[in-house]
Design a binder for this molecule. Structure first.
Ligand code: HEM
Length: 433
């Protein structure tokens, strides 16, 4: 800071010297002084850039070129001036949300299967992000054939997960693994097709391709095929599961709808401006209903496996030997009385105004933690916040006649992600909306 102050003072100081000793007038003195300081800066920056580009001791590390030269380039990308992807993701998510709401509105108060429609929404979004094109399930109101293949494979994945060594065998088995292979093949085709035409607005594949190019990765195609599948599997069901369960709780407990409206409506009233998820991202009750849904219905109920280190680990005083597969099941933890008071009750307020109902805050990690934790957490939250905010501003929600949620809650199965049973809900357009 003192250097900056000194530097800022150097122009008027030089000007004063020029006026006093060389008899310049004010204008000439200032111009001359600015010229001297400008030449000094130009020389300094040029030598710094040459040094950083060719001689710096960290110069060999791979990374974007502009970042080697100046950290300002990072600032520009963080501020979104070079097309930072989140702004674009937000627009796409809002568009798909509007498409979903239009579909809901066509049911004009008749029952609809919320499990299916939230799935159509979340798969369309991920199709767009992974392959640059939607699965068009919201448009057609039907499950895309590739997603049917995936769904049938996921059921098998869930069944076999206790004997995980059987999964690769199942994947190559003639009949059992057929649909999984079809899905893999189809995803690979989409990626290859997508690679032939770069979309105007970058999608996730653009970033994966760029990363592969920067690394000079010859195996890029193999990884890209795998990543595209991973994105669809990891990013679609999960979001739909949260949206469906959350809607169930709103349907059986309208108090939360009222609370959400009270909280969100002032935030969303932006003088004719279109909805922006940024306006609601810190809304306490909104985030609390999302957290409470994730606690009670984690989309990956059994969690993910980790192998213990060679020397083993001690968990709660119990020694677990090295090389063992262990997991922390999110569902069990979320329902544990040791971690949460009244664990089987949906009480979003525990996440802000009633913290005494949370005994172990750290026990809540539905996106998992650490270097392998979910990379899509922020995207997922963006989707869920957008849908919930826009949905409840336009519709009232209740259970369809004959629906009590019993089958939905009781019969949905753990198949790595949760396989949801149907949930029939009625969304009625609000008169005031
Ligand atoms: C509510 C929604 C979601 C939940 C609850 C969730 C949860 C999880 C969990 C528990 C994992 C395992 C992490 C681990 O092994 O430690 C995971 C991984 C992953 N998730 Fe999500 N996820 C959600 C949404 C998304 C979305 C929208 C995307 C899309 C970009 C996504 C992409 C991924 C990917 C690519 C991985 C694998 C990361 C890796 O292996 O390094 N997820 N997610």
């Amino acid at each position: 800071m003192p250097y900056l102050q000194l530097f800022a003072a150097s122009i008027p100081l030089s000007a004063l010297i020029l006026i006093r000793f060389m008899h310049f007038n004010y204008g000439q003195a200032l111009l001359q002084a600015a010229g001297i300081v400008g030449s000094f800066l130009a020389g300094l920056w040029t030598s710094m850039i040459i040094y950083r580009a060719f001689f710096h001791h960290l110069n060999k590390f791979p990374g974007p070129w502009p970042l080697k030269l100046t950290k300002f380039s990072q600032l520009i990308s963080l501020w979104g001036l070079d097309g930072f992807p989140l702004g674009d993701y937000e627009a796409r998510i809002t568009n798909y949300t509007h498409e979903l709401l239009e579909k809901i509105s066509t049911f004009s108060g008749k029952p609809m299967n919320a499990s299916a429609w939230f799935n159509y929404f979340s798969f369309d979004v991920m199709g767009d992000f992974a392959f640059g094109k939607s699965f068009n399930m919201l448009k057609t109101g039907r499950m895309h054939f590739a997603i049917q293949w995936l769904e049938s494979s996921m059921i098998l994945l869930g069944l076999f997960s206790p004997i995980s060594w059987a999964i690769p065998i199942g994947a190559i088995a003639p009949i059992v693994g057929r649909n999984f292979r079809r899905f893999i093949h189809w995803c690979a085709e989409q990626v290859d097709e997508r690679r032939l035409s770069e979309p105007k607005v970058p999608d996730v594949t653009s970033w994966l391709l760029k990363a592969a190019e920067d690394r000079g990765d010859r195996e890029a195609t193999k990884w890209l095929h795998g990543d595209s599948r991973l994105l669809i599997v990891a990013g679609s069901d999960t979001v739909a599961i949260v949206l469906t369960h959350l809607s169930y709780y709103l349907a059986i407990n309208p108090t939360h709808v009222h609370k959400l409206r009270e909280e969100l409506e002032p935030l969303m009233r932006r003088g004719g401006q279109p909805f922006s998820v940024r306006d609601v991202q810190n809304a306490k009750h909104l985030n609390a209903v999302i957290n409470e849904t994730l606690r009670m219905h984690p989309p990956v109920p059994s969690g993910v496996f980790r192998t213990t280190p060679k020397q083993g680990i001690i968990v709660d005083g119990v020694f677990v030997p090295g090389g063992a597969n262990v997991t922390v099941p999110f569902y069990v933890i979320g329902r544990s009385g040791e971690c949460f008071v009244r664990p089987n009750e949906f009480i979003p307020e525990r996440w802000y105004s009633q913290p005494e109902l949370v005994k172990e805050k750290d026990a809540h990690a539905p996106f998992s933690l650490g270097p392998y934790g979910c990379i899509g957490k922020q995207l997922a939250l963006m989707e869920i916040r957008t849908v919930v905010s826009l949905l409840i501003s336009r519709f009232d929600v209740k259970l369809a006649p004959g629906e009590d949620g019993g089958k939905f809650l009781g019969n949905s199965r753990d198949a790595f992600t949760l396989r949801m049973e149907n949930l029939n809900l009625v969304f009625e357009e609000r008169k005031a909306a």
